[in-house]
Write a protein that binds this ligand. Structure first.
Ligand SMILES: [Zn+2]
Length: 250
């Protein structure tokens, strides 16, 4: 049951007929894991918190640096040197104190990833390296939770939802591990601030859809957005029969 204050706080989304009180109650009962509290994870986590996802776990082993502040909007100047996960938790709490936020101020290894994924309803991959992306994919498959994955660099972004338990491909179907070159880094190639904001907000959108049942999540498709020219493409992605991570589910 939502309180009067909650009905007011979340009024603008409860007004949506296909979201309604039932959608809000599903969000309130849900637990999301955000891995990486950088350019993507900051807006994603802020929106999840503001929208009323009941419980968030924020995982990041890094500390806030001056060069992060151009785009990592949950952190402020006074947070330089602090844990990114703790800083983001504080920002979420300032917006919405009723969200329960757990902080994991360390880089997740395979074991802690399995533990974290087993306790949540959805995982957002906002990390910046392939090792984390591949092990998070495996942990999500093991736990049976959907993975909302995004990446952004320069003026470009990608978004996909991986839910092999409901028939779609997994991250490794799209990016075979053997062919994964080095993940391009914003520290080398650069990125315009709103690009990560757009993609991070889209990650929150997909997570909210998965948790509430609203709309149609981007399962089985890859969104490729060139924000420099505003050309957006939606590409179909099939599950691979020989995928070492998810083929056993089919
Ligand atoms: Zn797969």
């Amino acid at each position: 049951m939502l309180s009067d204050e909650q009905l007011l706080r979340y009024n603008r989304q409860i007004l949506l007929p296909d979201f309604d009180v039932a959608g809000q109650e599903k969000l309130a009962a849900a637990h999301a894991l955000v891995v990486g509290l950088g350019g993507l994870g900051c807006p994603a986590a802020l929106y999840l918190g503001a929208a009323g996802v009941g419980q968030l776990t924020l995982a990041d082993g890094d500390e806030v640096e001056l060069s992060n502040l151009q785009r990592q909007i949950a952190h402020g100047d006074a947070d330089i040197g602090r844990s990114k996960a703790a800083s983001a938790a504080e920002s979420i709490h300032a917006i919405n104190p009723e969200v329960r936020v757990s902080v994991v101020a360390q880089r997740l290894d395979a074991e802690s990833m399995n533990d974290c994924c087993a306790r949540v309803d959805v995982v957002l991959d906002a990390s910046d390296n392939y090792a984390t992306r591949f092990s998070l994919n495996r942990a999500c498959i093991r736990a049976g939770v959907p993975l909302v994955s995004a990446a952004a660099i320069r003026g470009e972004g990608q978004l996909a939802v991986f839910a092999p338990a409901s028939g779609g491909p997994c991250y490794r179907c799209l990016y075979p591990e053997d062919n994964a070159g080095p993940l391009e880094a914003c520290s080398d190639s650069g990125v315009l601030a709103p690009v990560v904001g757009v993609l991070g907000a889209l990650q929150a959108m997909e997570a909210i859809k998965l948790l509430s049942g609203y709309g149609e999540p981007l399962v089985g498709a890859l969104l490729v957005a060139d924000l420099a020219t505003m050309q957006w493409q939606r590409l179909s992605v099939a599950a691979r029969d020989d995928c070492p991570d998810c083929a056993h589910m089919r």
